[in-house]
Design a protein around this ligand. Structure first.
Ligand code: NAI
Ligand code: 13P
Length: 308
């Protein structure tokens, strides 16, 4: 059945999601700030609204959409991976607060857009408290090149995709410093433990982080030079400045903002986040990449668990 879909945000990810839905025979409208049509035009009679703007655009876009007449049956799908700098909310929390009567679905997974655009196979997760809405979104995007799973823990799906960006910066730095495969494996494994610790504290399920949107996305972005977050860490480790890296970066590296918001929140709430703290210090220019490694290696010894 053909569904009317509007994708907001025509960056790398929004364009890819629009392409995938269109390839499945749906009627897709792609909107960006540069579009000649208004948001009101492209949202008229939309059944599914997909938001793929970067984190800084979420609140302004939500405010614009809120000023329009949106029916309760419209499903919102959020594909942004970040935390709001001023409120620390996740994108789905912002959408749900603005549209309490609508279903909100989170889409996240190991989805480097350039690989998907090149026709390579990938899988993703759609998480929602409304499983019927998640199933509809699953059928809209699922295909032989893009396998879509459902999940009933949207917060876990969203936090997996968001927090791994911080670890991808660390992994890029690890490779930039040429620390080897053992170090990288240790970093990614302890990075997952840190993500689970934070996620549990905020109410997400442990199991979700072992899925595609957690471990899956962590593996993809920590191992691929296509990841913008990885590129940030790599660049810092080979001596580039953050300003220089971000100026030349193709698109958005959400982990830069996420690290800051996350570490601030974790300190307030007493959650132990050693890797994220070193990433944040590195991004702020308060530690060298090698000193950050030393600091992590020389922490007090402890049992192997995701608990603090
Ligand atoms: N590129 C990728 O491989 C993937 C990206 N993501 C996530 O999707 C989000 C977008 O990523 P990309 O498309 O790669 O970034 P991008 O930098 O290519 O595009 C960002 C888009 O957001 C729009 N935007 C920003 N502020 C706005 C505002 N105030 N109003 C309206 N639009 C605004 C920009 O115009 C642009 O179209 C990020 O949160 C990213 O983490 C998720 C999965 C894969
Ligand atoms: O989230 C992504 C892949 O799943 C994209 O990663 P980057 O934002 O680091 O490029």
């Amino acid at each position: 059945m053909e569904t009317k879909i509007t994708v907001i945000g025509a960056g790398a990810w929004g364009s890819t999601l629009a392409f995938l839905a269109e390839a499945n025979g749906h009627q897709v409208r792609l909107w960006s700030r540069q579009s000649s049509s208004t948001l009101a035009d492209v949202l008229a009679d939309a059944e599914i609204v997909v938001s793929a703007v970067s984190m800084k655009g979420v609140r302004p876009v939500v405010e614009q959409v809120k000023s329009l007449e949106i029916g309760k049956q419209v499903i919102f799908v959020t594909a942004t991976k970040g935390l709001d700098a001023s409120t620390t909310c996740t994108p789905s929390q912002i959408w749900q607060a603005a549209f309490p009567a609508n279903s909100v679905v989170v889409l996240a997974g190991p989805n480097l857009s350039k690989e998907i655009q090149a026709g390579l196979p990938a899988a993703t997760v759609v998480g929602s408290h409304d499983l019927e809405a998640a199933k509809l979104v699953q059928t809209v995007f699922n295909s032989g090149r893009f396998r879509v799973y459902t999940n009933d823990d949207p917060l876990g799906v969203e936090l997996g995709g968001t927090l791994k960006n911080v670890m991808a910066i660390a992994a890029g730095a690890c490779d930039g410093l040429q620390l080897g495969t053992n170090a990288k494996a240790a970093l990614v494994t302890r990075g997952l433990a840190e993500i689970i610790r934070i996620g549990n504290h905020w109410g997400a399920k442990t199991d979700t982080f072992y899925g595609l949107s957690g471990l899956g996305d962590l593996l993809a972005t920590c191992n691929s030079p296509l990841s913008r977050n990885y590129q940030v860490g790599y660049g810092l480790a080979i001596g580039k400045s953050l300003t220089e890296i971000l100026t030349n970066l193709e698109g958005t590296a959400e982990g830069v903002n996420t690290s800051q918001v996350l570490v601030h929140l974790a300190n307030q709430q007493g959650i132990s986040v050693p890797i994220s703290s070193e990433v944040d210090r590195l991004l702020q220019g308060n530690v060298t990449p090698q000193a950050a490694v030393n600091s992590l290696m020389l922490r007090d010894v402890k049992p192997e668990t995701h608990l603090p």
